[in-house]
Design a binder for this molecule. Sequence first.
Ligand code: HEM
Length: 156
Amino acid sequence: MDMLLFPVVSTLHTLAAVVWVGGMFFAHLILRPTLMTEEPATRLGVWSRIFPRFFAWVWIAVGILPASGYAMVFVDFGGFAAAGRHVEVMHGLSWVMTALFVFLFFKPYPALQAAVANKDWALGAKHLATIRRIVTINLSLGVLVIIAGVSGRFWG
Ligand code: HEM
């Protein structure tokens, strides 16, 4: 059972990281510049239809990451002391990422949806800019966390 736990849990952990950080990478570096040439109504409309689908997956990732992470720390490593510094870095940054996502989900995201429903494109653009700033921070933190997770066993 224990022999199966680490590979399964670690795979789930990595898949959740891929979905969350990969999704932010695609949104920020591919979709955003592509949509820049569109009219505000089209651009904001597309984002307002993309976010509910993406955020549903982010919630799943935000649940799986700490659950699988703590399982690895406590079941496989036997506590944080044995897991190494890279896991502490991952742990700390991961909660910053989660807090930023929860703020984004409950503050600028519903405000963006309301602005789009009211066809208030100027206000919508303002809330989208807040979301973009948060995603920029979370994407950078996510890349750092992945670097720590993957390379940390060699230096942590
Ligand atoms: C409560 C939060 C978290 C905890 C306790 C945690 C814990 C861990 C542990 C114990 C490992 C194995 C390290 C090793 O083998 O030396 C790991 C690996 C990893 N973590 Fe995390 N992690 C957390 C959040 C995150 C987040 C938010 C991401 C990315 C967005 C992430 C991405 C990874 C990756 C890519 C690996 C390498 C693959 C693997 O071993 O599964 N982790 N994490």
